[in-house]
Design a binder for this molecule. Structure first.
Ligand SMILES: C[S@@+](CC[C@H](N)C(=O)[O-])C[C@H]1O[C@@H](n2cnc3c(N)ncnc32)[C@H](O)[C@@H]1O
Length: 227
């Protein structure tokens, strides 16, 4: 394996390149995805690991549904959610900006998995633009600060399933739920988000992805309770 002796931080923002191919020689789906990403040479290492860890945890609890990835960046989570569960027929990937390499990534993925071609639609628009419904699975990784709350509000309004990995917790724009007397600000904000989802009639599961990938590693998964 090439480069084995060199430190390889999963949280690095360095682009995954062909030089890294030797690290992904296995037969797992992650190895296959990582080889495609490395060959495309367009994605930060952190984004590869983060997206994978989120997608596989989401799919353990949430199958099917149209995937709607909000504040999506490259939209790798949406691609992975389709890859991990073919019963989701389509995804939309929404961001106000489209990274120049988003199409490079899409081409690389659909070359490797032609069955995914035409199933992920990219929309360059704000995350409050797409219409949502109860058949959607809404996901958002690192929608900064209060943007995560917009994602949650939109999902709740349409009774959609939702999964968020929040970041950039901001006391001035997010609700700390009066919990900062004994919780850190980020934890207070995320705990309040969980309570809000529950009081909106959602069953909630909380998890973390490995801290070595990101310190903003709390995953909140919400499924509307049947009434
Ligand atoms: C920290 S990045 C996360 C990107 C990606 N989800 C990831 O984890 O790599 C936040 C993203 O939110 C997008 N964004 C900011 N405001 C937005 C809005 N109002 N509607 C949609 N996307 C927005 C930015 O363009 C950026 O791509």
């Amino acid at each position: 394996m090439r480069g084995c002796g060199v430190r390889f931080d999963k949280h690095s923002k360095s682009i995954v390149t062909r030089h890294d191919l030797g690290r992904f020689e296995g037969e797992t789906l992650f190895d296959r995805v990582a080889r495609v990403v490395a060959s495309a040479e367009c994605l930060p290492r952190k984004e590869l690991y983060e997206s994978w860890e989120v997608a596989r945890r989401v799919r353990r609890r949430m199958r099917g549904h149209r995937v709607v990835e909000l504040a999506a960046g490259h939209g790798l989570v949406a691609w992975l959610l389709l890859l991990l569960d073919d019963t989701s027929s389509a995804a939309i990937v929404v961001d106000t900006k489209s990274p120049p390499s988003a199409s490079t990534l899409a081409d690389a993925i659909t070359t490797e998995w032609p069955r995914l071609a035409g199933r992920v639609e990219r929309r360059t628009e704000p995350l409050d633009a797409p219409s949502l419904d109860a058949n959607d699975l809404v996901v958002s990784v690192h929608a900064c600060g209060a943007l995560t709350d917009v994602v949650l509000r939109r999902a709740i309004a349409s009774r959609a399933r939702v999964a968020v990995l929040p970041c950039c917790h901001d006391e001035s724009t997010c609700d700390t739920g009066a919990l900062t007397g004994f919780l850190s600000i980020p934890l207070a904000i995320d705990a309040t988000r969980v309570l809000h989802l529950r009081s909106a009639g959602y069953d909630v599961h909380t998890q973390t992805i490995p801290e070595q990938i990101t310190p903003h590693n709390r995953l909140i998964l919400g499924t509307p309770r049947l009434v």
